[in-house]
Design a protein around this ligand. Structure first.
Ligand code: UDP
Length: 192
């Protein structure tokens, strides 16, 4: 895999399509996959918070979500083909999952957003199996994690914003060989 090092963070340097093909193969093979879509804000935060930095660096794929990352790469003499945003990844995986009868668990956002999201999923992605839909304002993360692990979704979409989403994923990802990806405010965008 082609990588570009920015301030000690190894970003994947490929096209959106190549990246998606890679993670779809990994999902099909039930490989454990942790994706961080990072913008400059995340990297800035990580540079100030070693514990968070460690988690970001543990990702199988760190992808550039933000034009600032592409600009940084260019200054360092490496061109990256394009941004890879969490929202675009989510849309692509929903369509693919729908076509291929995959399953997913959705964690994050406000209860009313999750309700709207459920409608959209049933309407547009009815062949995608919904293993769980859980808002992001829970008290006990272990109960939520247990539910995810028991239900064994192919994909775990975690939209708690950073650093919460990476903290959650890092804590539990090794208990289930699925795709785990932090998606920031993507559920809000999808629900309009
Ligand atoms: N969120 C959540 N639980 C929390 C805090 C935030 O589910 O305890 C959700 C929030 O409702 C929103 C998302 O996380 O849907 C954060 O979106 P934001 O755009 O702030 O995050 P970013 O994309 O900057 O990481």
């Amino acid at each position: 895999n082609n990588k570009t090092n920015i301030l000690g963070f190894n970003f994947l340097n490929t096209t959106f399509k190549d990246f998606l093909n890679n993670i779809k193969d990994r999902i099909n093979n039930k490989e454990n996959t942790f994706v961080v879509t990072a913008n400059p804000e995340i990297i800035t935060y990580a540079l100030d918070h070693p514990e968070y930095s460690k988690k970001v660096k543990a990702a199988n794929y760190l992808v550039p979500d933000g034009i600032g990352i592409l600009k940084g790469a260019k200054i360092l003499g490496d061109n990256m083909p394009e941004r890879i945003t969490g929202y675009d990844v989510l849309l692509d995986l929903l369509a693919w999952g729908n076509k291929n009868n995959k399953s997913a668990y959705f964690l994050g956002a406000k209860p009313e957003v999750i309700k709207d999201l459920e409608k959209i999923l049933m309407d547009k992605y009815s062949n995608l199996e919904i293993k769980g839909l859980q808002d992001g304002y829970f008290k006990n993360d272990e109960i939520i994690a247990k539910d995810i692990i028991n239900k064994k979704p192919d994909m775990v979409f975690v939209a708690l914003g950073f650093p919460k989403q990476e903290d959650f994923i890092f804590k539990y990802k090794n208990k289930l060989n699925s795709l785990w990806i932090g998606l920031g405010g993507s559920f809000d965008v999808l629900s309009g």
